[in-house]
Structures are given as structure tokens and as C-alpha cells.
Design a binder for this molecule. Structure first.
Ligand SMILES: *Cc1c(COP(=O)(O)O)cnc(C)c1O
Length: 393
């Protein structure tokens, strides 16, 4: 648990304008009540299973394991969920909270459009009004996701300020929320933002790790040696990690996007290369220049392209519960190709960062070790990017 002000050690907290304080306090109380209520949990589980397709498989990747020699690799198949990624776990949970609070209008920010699509999906499912803020640069880059959102009845608002990407979309969504607090619910897509979001999203995504733990135990009669997941804001990673974080023998590795390389300046590795600062309502590691201005992130994986990271990951890094490493664009693309060819599974570019760390891990370990990798999403959405890469070869 974070402390009562939402801190994980020195990170997290609730750095928001006065108008939002009360609302966040209400949300904290409402979520606590929901999370204790068997009827809420039952309803959440119903939609996770019947609508989204849980539990997802824990698949033993035999050919990949044989190639790596020292690792027995299990893939947690979040890519098989409805909408193609783990994000729907969170949007389903939060939409149920919003309904309980009597909110009729849902707003969200989106970068690549994946969270926007997952939000539009649950708003269609429950007949709620949906407004998605998206940077105009991202609208150009992710045209298909804009079509998907509109098809499901969402309004997509183009954001023209700043770098016209995710961080600006989030600023705009917060501005909308301040103005429309009464009927509006802000559905944040990852374990970031002001308290209670990082805590709430972690709880909702923990279904990944709870399932994986049970499934792994059934297959191997023990706990895994390693967990590996990609970290953008960090929700799929925290979902997998949290239920294992007290297990001494389990080594936890978060993979950040190193873009063109950590030393190039063009990356999204907030923990590996950032410093503590405040953005979007919480304190966490952040990419910033020497004056403390937040700098632009880069990753070939649009879902990892964010200059911050969830505060609990910053805390995990600081206290040594988890280790954080970087994988470059090129390494991720090579891993996407490799997994496609060796297992017949095309991972999302984000998830490919986690997969790309496996050969490095295989060289590090002694003897035969087991690892669970979170395959956070499927690669269908990335085929445009991959086609460009393949054409250039
Ligand atoms: C959005 C996304 C991510 C990054 O978000 P986290 O909050 O870090 O999990 C990772 N993988 C996929 C497939 C995504 O869509």
C-alpha cells in the first residue's frame, strides 16, 4: 500500500490543483469500497472472463527456450485479450468504478491510441459518453486507432499544444477534468498520475500476476526465477510484478525503451536515465534537461513513448525490489521478428522489448532458470511500422 498521501517512499503523491483534491479523495474512498465489496469483484471478474477473455494462457515457449539454452520461457499471453492488449483489464475495472460514482462522461488521454481504444470499447459496452484527448502528431501516426475509437462512438479531440503527443494530451485531459468535475470521470491508462491512480491501476492489473503465479505453480510446482516485462508507464509490468514482489527468490526485471540508445538522448528510459521530478500529479523518475524541463521521449513502440514512469516503479528501483534495463528500437524489432519466426506469435513492439531482453538474460544466468515474460499485446497494430522497416532492408 502507498501511505495515506499516496507515497511509495519519496515517489508518488498527489500534486494537483485544489479543485481536484476533493474529487481524488472521493475516488480513493469509492475505489476502496469497491475493492472490499464481493459484488464489485464478482462483476469485475464476470467482464474480465466473459467479455475480455480471461484467464489468459501461460504458454511454455519450447522452441524459444531450446534456442536460448539456459532459460525455460513462459509467455503470459495478454496479447490474446479482447482489443489485443492488457489495457482492457484496467479500463473494465475503472468503468465499473465510474458507474458506481454515477459519472456519465468518461475522458481519457492516449498516445498510440491503445488506451483510447480500450476506453472507447468499455464506454460502448456500458453506453457512456467518451472523449479521448490525443496529440495531433499521434493522430497522424496512429490513424487506424482513431478510426477504431470513432467507430465505437468516441469523440477524439486533437491536441495541438507542446510536442502534440501523449504528455500534452494528458495535460489537456486534466484541464477538461478540472472544468467538468461534476459529471466526468478521468480514466487514466497506466500506473501513473496522482494518487489513487497508480495504486488503483496496479490493483486492477494485478490479475496478470495473480493468474501467472497460480498457472506457473501448477506447471512447475515452484515459483519462477525471473519475471520480465516492458515498462512504459508500467501497468503491465506492475500487474505481473506486484503479486511476486515479496518473494525473495524471484528476480524482477523491467525493460525500458532505450530508443536509439541511452546515450543518444532519443529514448524513453525514465528510470535508467532520468531524475526525480513531478509530472501529471506525481513524483517519479522523469526525463528532463538540466533546467528541469521535461524533455521529449522517443521509442519505436508508441506505447512506451512517455518521459515519465509510474511512481511505484521508481520506488522498486530505488529500494532494489526490481532491476530496470534498456532495450533499443533495433533490438526490439529483431526480437519481434525472432518470436514471430520461432513461435508463430507476433508480439506488439512494446512487448518485444521484454522479449529482446531474454538473450541477454540467458547469458547472465548459471544453470537452467525459469522466466515469465509478459506479452502485453499483439503486433497487429505495428504492421505499418514493421512494413517500413522490412522495405528499408
Ligand atoms: C500501452 C502498452 C504498453 C505500455 O503501457 P504500460 O502501462 O507500461 O504497460 C505496453 N504494451 C502494450 C501492448 C501497450 O499497448
Amino acid at each position: 500500500m502507498p501511505d495515506k498521501n499516496g507515497h511509495f517512499g519519496e515517489f508518488g503523491g498527489c500534486y494537483v490543483p485544489e479543485t481536484l483534491r476533493g474529487l481524488l479523495f472521493d475516488l480513493e474512498k469509492e475505489f476502496a469500497a469497491c475493492w472490499k465489496d464481493p459484488a464489485f469483484k464478482k462483476e469485475f471478474r464476470f467482464y474480465l472472463e466473459e467479455y475480455a477473455g480471461r484467464p489468459t494462457r501461460l504458454y511454455y515457449a519450447e522452441r524459444l527456450s531450446r534456442q536460448l539454452k539456459t532459460l525455460k520461457v513462459y509467455l503470459k499471453r495478454e496479447d490474446l485479450l479482447h482489443t489485443g492488449a492488457h489495457k482492457v483489464n484496467n479500463t473494465l475495472g475503472q468503468i465499473l468504478v465510474a458507474r458506481r460514482m454515477g459519472k456519465r462522461r468518461i475522458i481519457a488521454e492516449t498516445g498510440a491510441g491503445q488506451h483510447g481504444v480500450a476506453t472507447a470499447t468499455v464506454c460502448a459496452l456500458f453506453g457512456l459518453k467518451c472523449v479521448v484527448y490525443m496529440g495531433s502528431e499521434d493522430i497522424k501516426r496512429q490513424a487506424m486507432n482513431v478510426v477504431r475509437m470513432k467507430l465505437m462512438g468516441a469523440e477524439v479531440v486533437s491536441v495541438e499544444s507542446g510536442s502534440k503527443t501523449l504528455k500534452d494530451a494528458m495535460n489537456e485531459a486534466i484541464r477538461d477534468w478540472v472544468t467538468n468535475v461534476k459529471d466526468t470521470y478521468y480514466l487514466i491508462g497506466t500506473v501513473a498520475g496522482p494518487h489513487p491512480y497508480p495504486y488503483m491501476v496496479r490493483e486492477l492489473q494485478s490479475v496478470i500476476g495473480i493468474e501467472a503465479r497460480r498457472q506457473f505453480w501448477r506447471k512447475e510446482k515452484r515459483l519462477p526465477d525471473y519475471l520480465v516485462a516492458c515498462v512504459g508507464g508500467g501497468s503491465n509490468a506492475m500487474g505481473l510484478f506486484y503479486p511476486f514482489h515479496k518473494d525473495k527468490g524471484v528476480h524482477i526485471i523491467g525493460v525500458e525503451a532505450a530508443g536509439h540508445g541511452i546515450h543518444s538522448g532519443a529514448h524513453s528510459a525514465a528510470i535508467c536515465a532520468g531524475r526525480p521530478g513531478v509530472l501529471h500529479g506525481c513524483k517519479s523518475y522523469l526525463l528532463q534537461d538540466k533546467n528541469g524541463q521535461v524533455t521529449n521521449a522517443h521509442s519505436v513502440a508508441a506505447g512506451l513513448d512517455y518521459p515519465g514512469v509510474g511512481p511505484e516503479h521508481s520506488y522498486f528501483s530505488q529500494i532494489g525490489v526490481a532491476e530496470y534495463v534498456g532495450i533499443t528500437d533495433k533490438e526490439a524489432i529483431d526480437a519481434l521478428k525472432a518470436l514471430s519466426q520461432i513461435e508463430g506469435i507476433i508480439p506488439a513492439l512494446e512487448s518485444s522489448h521484454a522479449v529482446a531482453y531474454l538473450p541477454k538474460l540467458a547469458r547472465r544466468v548459471k544453470g537452467l532458470k525459469t522466466v515469465i515474460v509478459c506479452l502485453s499485446g499483439r503486433g497487429d497494430k505495428d504492421m505499418g511500422t514493421i512494413a517500413e522497416v522490412l522495405n528499408g532492408e
